[in-house]
Ligand binder design. Structure first.
Ligand SMILES: Cc1ncc(COP(=O)(O)O)c(C=O)c1O
Length: 273
C-alpha cells in the first residue's frame, strides 16, 4: 500500500479503527506518552519486529525492549508479527534477534516450505484459551491442511540444525558488502539482515517510514526496468525487500551485484539530491 500512498484499506469501519492507535516507529517518547495516558486500558501492542513490508526498517534493540517493558508493566500483550522474519532470520526469528520473548507471535511464508501456511503461537496460558480447551474458536477451510502441514513440518525439520542460516547469512553479507563497496561514492545504502536486503537511496539507513526518502522510489523504478532487461528481477516496488535463497549460486550473486552496482552508478549521475 505504501507504493500507492494508501494508509489503510476501504471497508474497515470506524468503530474498529477507533479502537486502534498507530504510533510512529523508532520513537520512545511517543511510546512512553501513549502508555502514560492509555497503558492500563491497552489489550496489546502489535509490531513487525523488523518491518520488512515497507522497506527493511531494522529497529534499535532499546526501542523494542522498551515496548516489552511497557507492555509487561501495564499488563498488555506484546504481539510480534513474524510473518516475514519468522524462521527466516533463524529459528528464533526477530524475537531472538532482539533477545525478547513476546506473548504471541504470528507466522507465515517460509514456515510453509512453499505451501500456503499461516500460524500463531505464544505463551501456554494464552494458547489454552483456544478451543477445545478454551472459548476462542479458530478454524477455516485451509486450517491444518495436511499437504501444507507436511511441507511446513519437513522444512522446519531441515532448518533445525541451523546450518542453512549460517550459509544464507554469509551469502547475503558478501552480496551486500560487494555492492556497498562498489557504490561507496553514491548516496546508496543497502540494509541487510540474515538473508534479507533492501536497496535505499539515501546515505543513512531509515528506521521508520517517515524517514524513507520517497524520491528514491523513482530512482528504484528506473533501476528496476534496466536490471530487468539484463535478466535480474527485483521486486516490483521499491518498498519491498529482496531475499537471498540457498539455491542462488555464488557466481550468480556476484554477477547480480556487479550489474546492479553498474546500473545504479550510471543512474546516480542524473540524481541531484
Ligand atoms: C509482515 C506481514 N504480516 C502479515 C501478513 C499477512 O499475512 P497473512 O496473509 O497470513 O494474513 C503479511 C503478508 O504479506 C506480511 O508480510
Amino acid at each position: 500500500m505504501a507504493t500507492f500512498g494508501t494508509p489503510s484499506s476501504a471497508g474497515v469501519p470506524e468503530s474498529i479503527t477507533s479502537q486502534t492507535a498507530v504510533l510512529p516507529l523508532d520513537d520512545e517518547e511517543a511510546l512512553e506518552n501513549f502508555f502514560a495516558e492509555h497503558g492500563d486500558k491497552l489489550a496489546a501492542v502489535i509490531i513487525e519486529g523488523i518491518p520488512a513490508n515497507n522497506g527493511l526498517l531494522i529497529q534499535r534493540h532499546d526501542y523494542i525492549r522498551l515496548i516489552r517493558a511497557l507492555t509487561e508493566k501495564h499488563g498488555a500483550l506484546m504481539i510480534f508479527d513474524e510473518v516475514i522474519t519468522g524462521f527466516r532470520l533463524g529459528l528464533g526469528g526477530a524475537a531472538a534477534y532482539y533477545g525478547i520473548t513476546p506473548d504471541l507471535l504470528t507466522y507465515g511464508k517460509s514456515i510453509g516450505g512453499g505451501m500456503p501456511v499461516g500460524a500463531f503461537g505464544g505463551r501456554a496460558e494464552i494458547m489454552d484459551m483456544l478451543s477445545p480447551l478454551g472459548p476462542v474458536y479458530q478454524a477455516g477451510t485451509l486450517s491444518g491442511n495436511p499437504l501444507a502441514m507436511v511441507a511446513g513440518y519437513t522444512t522446519l525439520k531441515k532448518l533445525e540444525d541451523g546450518k542453512i542460516y549460517k550459509e544464507l547469512e554469509e551469502k547475503n553479507r558478501r552480496f551486500v558488502t560487494d555492492i556497498t563497496e562498489q557504490l561507496r561514492d553514491c548516496k546508496v545504502n543497502i540494509a541487510g539482515v540474515a538473508s534479507i536486503f533492501w536497496i535505499v537511496f539515501q546515505p543513512e539507513l531509515p528506521r521508520s517510514a517517515q524517514t524513507i526518502n520517497n524520491a528514491g522510489i523513482t530512482h528504484y523504478n528506473r533501476i528496476h526496468e534496466k536490471v530487468l532487461n539484463r535478466g535480474i528481477y527485483l521486486p516490483p516496488s521499491g518498498y519491498e525487500v529482496c531475499f537471498i535463497s540457498s539455491v542462488h549460486p555464488d557466481n550468480m550473486l556476484a554477477n547480480t551485484a556487479n550489474t546492479l552496482a553498474n546500473i545504479i552508478r550510471q543512474e546516480a549521475h542524473s540524481w541531484n539530491n
